[in-house]
Design a protein around this ligand. Structure first.
Ligand SMILES: Nc1ncnc2c1ncn2[C@@H]1O[C@H](COP(=O)(O)OP(=O)(O)OP(=O)(O)O)[C@@H](O)[C@H]1O
Ligand SMILES: [Mg+2]
Length: 263
């Protein structure tokens, strides 16, 4: 771990259950400024819940989440609104408003955060659409967009207010290979151009290796592993190696003792 950089987000001892369904039981996680942290883990293990706890769309049962030196779990309302402006989320499935045009969708968070000048709003919408490679589609309705375009409009909306942190929930799921490459490229270029910190939740191992500076794996209700992507290949825990071996299966992961596989 890079001890020279103080984490900008810190989860400590977080517990969260829904009734008898224990999702987290003592989760610890640090996110370093400027990094792209990929959160891996099987379906239903709590990856989306983790992001929602950070934005306080869900409440922890116990434990602490500190973001930008503030305790999120007890943050009073006005400060919570500021936090949600600094941490933008690209939701699993984009979550665009179907009855609103692309422009209205992207302008929504700007208006919500008090940007009222219509000229400034329009200019910003045009700018972020350009950044995601979709200039000139302001008037279209979401129903007229492909899945890949919807994801990119969702991303344009997420970056409209210049967040410090972007949370991506399954940004490439369900996209064709060209759009997967596009989204991966956008995640990287936003990090490079805007210096944002990103948390990317994904099942897509190729994307994880493409965008991730560091991996964190949810395992048995906690973060069971954190490390650089290449460390997963030689990690002592078989469940880490099996997960990143993906479709290549358990046997292969176990049979190759020291795989010299390039990232
Ligand atoms: N609002 C909620 N109310 C009740 N249970 C919930 C709620 N949100 C999530 N859960 C439960 O919490 C667990 C973790 O859900 P979560 O959506 O975080 O999984 P995930 O790791 O994101 O899965 P996937 O990879 O399929 O998206 C699941 O058992 C889910 O049913
Ligand atoms: Mg999820």
């Amino acid at each position: 771990m890079d001890s020279a950089r103080e984490p900008i987000i810190r989860f400590r001892g977080v517990t969260k259950s829904f009734g008898r369904n224990v999702v987290f039981d003592g989760l610890d996680l640090d996110v370093l400024p400027g990094e792209t942290l990929v959160v891996l883990g099987g379906s239903g293990q709590g990856k989306s819940v983790l992001l929602k706890l950070l934005l306080r769309l869900l409440r922890v049962d116990s434990g602490s989440i500190v973001a930008f030196d503030e305790e999120v779990t007890t943050l009073p309302q006005p400060a919570l609104a500021v936090l949600r402006r600094r941490i933008a989320m690209l939701f699993q499935g984009s979550a665009l408003f179907d009855s609103m045009s692309v422009e209205e969708n992207i302008a929504y968070p700007l208006l919500e955060h008090g940007v009222r000048d219509p000229v400034a709003v329009r200019a910003r919408v045009g700018e972020v659409l350009g950044m995601v490679g979709l200039p000139g589609i302001e008037r279209l309705l979401p129903s007229a967009l492909s899945g890949g375009m919807r994801k990119r409009v969702g991303l344009a909306r997420a970056i409209a207010f210049q967040p410090d942190v972007i949370l991506y929930d399954e940004p490439t799921t369900g996209l064709d290979p060209i759009n997967v490459r596009r989204i991966n490229g956008l995640i990287r270029s936003l990090q490079a151009r805007l210096g944002v910190t990103s948390i990317v939740v994904t099942h897509d191992i190729d994307s994880a290796f493409t965008v991730g500076d560091r991996f964190a794996m949810v395992w048995e209700h906690r973060i069971g592993f954190t490390g650089r992507p290449e460390e997963t290949r030689t990690c002592p825990w078989p469940w880490v190696r099996e997960f990143v071996a993906g479709g290549r299966g358990v046997l292969e992961a176990d049979l190759v003792p020291d795989p010299q596989v390039g990232g």
